[in-house]
Design a protein. Structure first.
Length: 71
């Protein structure tokens, strides 16, 4: 890694200071958003069950087989 000039070190120090000062506020935003999403999630409706077709229901088949082998 190259050696930083004094102005680059100063800029890096200022940026790190801004990040360190903003971190608690950003943590608070994340916490509030997490709580809000949990509250909003509770009000969601359950998914609708699948609708049955109009015709006769097909027989269940064993895994990997045809209905004839189900006997």
């Amino acid at each position: 890694m190259a050696v930083l000039t004094p102005s680059q070190r100063a800029r890096r120090r200022r940026i790190e200071t801004v990040i360190a000062l903003a971190a608690p506020a950003l943590d608070l935003v994340l916490f509030a958003a997490d709580r809000l999403s949990r509250v909003a999630e509770r009000n969601e409706l359950d998914p609708e069950p699948p609708r049955l077709g109009l015709g006769r229901r097909a027989e269940r088949t064993p895994l990997g087989g045809s209905p004839e082998r189900a006997g």
